[in-house]
Design a protein around this ligand. Structure first.
Ligand code: XMP
Length: 529
């Protein structure tokens, strides 16, 4: 079923990977809904989506390159306000009859912008200000009807506009924080020029989503696979808010969760939300399935396949369920390859095809988070009443502790790792909290982003009391990162390391040594398998 977008929304034309996403985020930060669209979308198709405004993003190409992305010129005839940044600025210029020239010298980093004349886009920003530039080409002649409203020393057309047609563009990047008045410019566009309302707030979003889920589902029953992770938990809370007991959550406990996690799922969903919750104790089944398996990819494959088998067995027992709710989020959709497959529709389809429905079984999908970024999902979770420890939980792989045990997974090793990991989390939660109390910054550069214990498949000699031991080491992994793409090992204070080591060796039977992994990513990865 086609979902209805909020009445007011901004279509962000994406000319290159990260640029569009960042702009979409900034618009949403201003409480206006925004969505990425492929940059070559035909004007007629865009008109059907009925956006309130268009933003043309930056991008890495040169407008005169053979394979440079283009826009349908008719989008400028739709009567919609348009704002272009960087590549978007240049594409607007060449599409409307101006010129772009290849400059001798590029301009990268901070630049001093000097305004000229009045501009609604630049209103309430100083005459001289710092902006962020990243370009070699620049507009050398503006299209007819346009005026230049700002320049820098090396860029004579740093901003241009045709106020009459509500067309604006800048060579610099207002969406990056280094452009001192970037947010103000965006607000000037959204609220001053486009006259939009800042109405995309959490309360409105919940109200809108609840209405849309109710309309979509009617009196039907819905099933949801709960993992204890952020996305599925937030979907559960949202769908439950919409349709109450028509939703049944199935929590497949594969026995490889961290200490306290199954209990938290029970506490939140059964006790606090009073949802119908099926807790499937599949621990033994998984233990058998993993016996003797040492290859990490094989572990992942078996765990993933078994999850769906168990889930569908439970789903069939429930009778008459038509829908399945999923915690797909916006980056999943974007990353599953909108660009590669050449359009959003085909992407969503390929994404859905990942679910291995057994022969003769089918559910229609509802994915109420498929337009939200991760931090918006978290905000939604908090607004729906989920506890912070669930909503702000650090990334935890689907195969769980199984890929933190090197080699074969056995119940004995799981017990050792779970206990050691609980100590790591307790100590580093406290360390992060302490740092927050001192700095007031949750993302302080020295706070740990992800931390856990790993159990390698070796033993070493030790001495405890008068006795020689031959027992397991535990590896401590603690990293600073923003997005898991790169990471560095956390420079933890020695006393924190000492306390963790002392506690693990003292409190976890079978461990006689603790080592700290001091490798960044790359060349290592965050996980060990
Ligand atoms: P790596 O180890 O590749 O991990 O540096 C990057 C991030 O992804 C998480 N991760 C996984 N998440 N299934 C998941 O759901 C997996 O198989 C998996 N492997 C790694 C990891 O915890 C880190 O945050």
């Amino acid at each position: 079923m086609q979902k209805v977008r909020p009445q007011q929304f901004v279509a962000v034309f994406d000319f290159g990977a990260q640029y569009g996403q960042l702009i979409a985020r900034r618009v949403r930060d201003c409480h206006v809904y925004s969505e990425l669209v492929p940059c070559d979308i035909p004007a007629a198709e865009l008109a059907e989506m009925a956006p309130s405004a268009i933003i043309l993003s930056g991008g890495p190409a040169s407008v005169y390159a053979d394979d440079a992305p283009r826009v349908d010129p008719a989008i400028f005839e739709l009567g919609l306000p348009v704002l272009g940044f960087c590549y978007g600025h240049q594409i607007m210029a060449v599409t409307l009859g101006g010129e772009v020239a290849h400059a001798e010298k590029g301009e990268y980093g901070p630049a001093e912008l000097v305004r000229s004349g009045s501009s609604e886009l630049l209103v309430s920003t100083p005459g001289d200000q710092t902006v962020w530039m990243s370009h070699r080409d620049s507009v050398s002649r503006v299209p007819e009807g346009f005026t230049v409203t700002a320049r820098t020393e090396t860029c004579p057309v740093a901003a241009m506009e045709c106020a009459e047609r509500r067309l604006y563009s800048t060579q610099f990047h207002p969406e990056v924080r280094h452009t001192a008045y970037g947010r103000r410019m965006l607000e000037n566009f959204l609220f001053g020029i486009c006259r939009l309302e800042p109405s995309w707030t959490m309360d409105n979003i919940i109200e809108e989503q609840v209405a849309s889920i109710r309309e979509q589902v009617g009196d039907d029953k819905v099933i949801l696979g709960l993992s204890g992770g952020v996305d599925s938990s937030v979907v559960a809370a949202l769908v439950h808010r919409a349709i109450g007991d028509q939703l049944t959550c199935v929590f497949v406990n594969h026995g490889m969760l961290r200490a306290g996690e199954p209990e938290l799922v029970e506490e939140v969903f059964r006790d606090q939300f009073e949802m119908p919750l099926v807790h499937v104790h599949a621990e033994d089944r998984y233990a058998q399935l993993l016996a003797g398996v040492t290859d990490p990819e094989e572990k992942r494959r078996r765990i993933g396949t078994e999850f769906w088998r168990v889930f569908f067995e439970e789903a069939e027992k429930l009778h008459g369920v038509r829908w399945m709710a999923q915690g797909t989020i916006y980056p999943d959709i974007i990353e599953s390859g909108a660009r590669k497959t050449g359009g959003k529709a085909s992407t969503i389809k390929s994404h859905h095809n990942l679910i291995p429905f057994p022969e003769g079984v089918h559910f229609d999908l509802i994915e109420p988070l498929d337009r939200f970024f991760k931090d918006e999902v978290r905000e939604l979770g908090v607004a729906l009443g989920l506890p912070a420890k669930m909503v702000y939980r650090q990334p935890f792989p689907g195969p769980g502790l199984a890929i933190r045990i090197i080699g074969e997974v056995t119940p004995e090793k799981l017990e050792v790792l779970r206990n050691a990991d609980a100590i790591v989390r307790e100590e580093l939660d406290a360390y992060n909290e302490d740092l927050f109390q001192k700095t007031g910054d949750r993302n302080s550069e020295h706070s740990c982003w992800q931390y856990f214990a790993v159990l390698p498949d070796i033993r070493s000699v030790g001495v405890m009391g008068d006795e020689r031991t031959y027992a397991r080491p535990v590896i401590l992994r603690a990293v600073e990162s923003a997005d898991a793409m790169t990471a560095d090992w956390a420079r933890l204070p020695y006393d924190v390391l000492a306390r963790i080591s002392g506690r693990i060796v003292g409190e976890v039977p079978g461990v006689n040594r603790v080592v700290y992994d001091i490798t960044p990513k790359p060349p290592a990865t965050i996980e060990w398998e």
